[in-house]
Design a protein around this ligand. Structure first.
Ligand code: MTE
Ligand code: MO
Length: 330
């Protein structure tokens, strides 16, 4: 196995061009085979023009990845258009179409991530060093927002736990906190005090180490669009979407449970755990069902489906919470 680079790299040492080219080369050589996008993600749909418009076809830099079918949901994928036009990313505005509309000025390259806290290896790492030497995987996950809508998305990324393990967290590392980027000049939503910026999320260390947790760099075989969290975001499929911090700039190992943005904003509505749980309603709406934004109907004709405990990943993760009262720890 190649040695993981541990020397911290100052962002000032890197020119944008070299990082970009290096990263492109790196991503190209990582994969074993080019992924074929799940058919149905793009292209024309019944009743629509034979030539799809640009936003119905995946666009952006292609990523090579290897399919990991272990946890694949067999459900119909969400269209590229819905997955990239109907988003939550409050730094770009609170409306669902604001992120796609307002994220154009955001520059996700070059990118560095600071690693800090209770670990033997800490420092500032260029994104490509953070990802090295892992092969990118493609995984089709259910994606459930706390606002009771859901999607089915083929993510491209690396297992979060394998990445974190290379920093050698110490025995005091009980939690992992993620801080996301704060760039008022590129993110118009930061002008409004909707949340206590920067956006912060955290996981217990065993949740972060679970093989389902993914550090995503792409979706539908392409680099993440800005509105989906470019260049690096968290995907924790058994939890509500807000646990999936976008555009991560800092990872810190904590001994005590870190504060998180949504929990600070509304502690009675957004708990630390936020496991998808049809039996624990949000104070203002039911969590027993969800609008599934997928297939040809898209957002307009989303059908209601029953919400599954742990978003359908209970066989994999329920044991993490053995003995815990999940009504108290919502
Ligand atoms: N930095 C940041 N990350 C964020 C958010 C945000 O507002 N800012 N919104 C969260 C919420 S509420 C959801 S549901 C998911 C949505 O991800 P998607 O747009 O890729 O579906 O991102 C999460 N990550
Ligand atoms: Mo959400």
């Amino acid at each position: 196995m190649k040695q993981f680079r541990v020397a911290p790299m100052a962002s000032s040492e890197i020119t944008p061009e070299s990082v970009y080219l290096q990263r492109r080369r790196f991503l190209r050589t990582l994969g074993l085979a080019a992924p074929l996008l799940a058919t149905g993600c793009g292209g024309s749909e019944p009743g629509q023009a034979a030539v799809p418009s640009a936003d119905e076809t995946p666009s952006g830099t292609p990523l090579e990845s290897r399919r990991n079918e272990r946890w694949d949901t067999k459900e119909e994928p969400t269209s590229w258009r819905d997955a990239t036009q109907y988003n939550n990313y409050y730094e770009f505005g609170t409306g669902k179409s604001d992120p796609a509309r307002n994220a154009g000025r955001f520059k996700p390259q070059p990118w560095t991530v600071e690693v800090a806290g209770h670990a033997e290896v800490t420092g500032r790492f260029a994104l490509e060093d953070l990802l090295k030497p892992q092969a990118l995987e493609e995984r089709i996950y259910r994606h459930r927002c706390v606002e009771a809508w859901s999607m089915v998305i083929p993510w491209v990324g690396i297992p979060l736990g394998e990445c974190l393990a290379r920093f050698k967290p110490t025995s005091r590392a009980k939690y992992v906190a993620f801080t996301t980027v704060n760039r008022p000049e590129q993110m118009p939503g930061l002008a409004y005090p909707v949340l206590d910026w920067p956006y912060r999320e955290a996981l217990r260390i065993d949740e972060a180490m679970h093989p389902l947790s993914l550090l995503a760099v792409g979706l539908y075989g392409r680099e993440l669009p800005n509105q989906n969290g470019a260049p690096l975001r968290l995907v924790v499929p058994w939890k509500y979407g807000f646990k999936g911090a976008k555009s991560i700039v800092r990872i810190e190992f904590w001994e005590r449970q870190p504060a998180t943005s949504w929990n600070l904003a509304g502690p009675s509505e957004y708990g630390f755990y936020s496991n998808v749980n049809p039996d624990v309603d949000h104070p203002r709406w039911t969590q027993s069902s969800e609008r599934r934004i997928a297939g040809s109907g898209g957002n307009l004709f989303a059908r209601r489906v029953a919400t599954l405990p742990f978003n359908g990943y209970g066989d994999e993760v329920a044991s993490l919470y053995a003995g815990m009262d999940l009504r108290k720890n919502y």
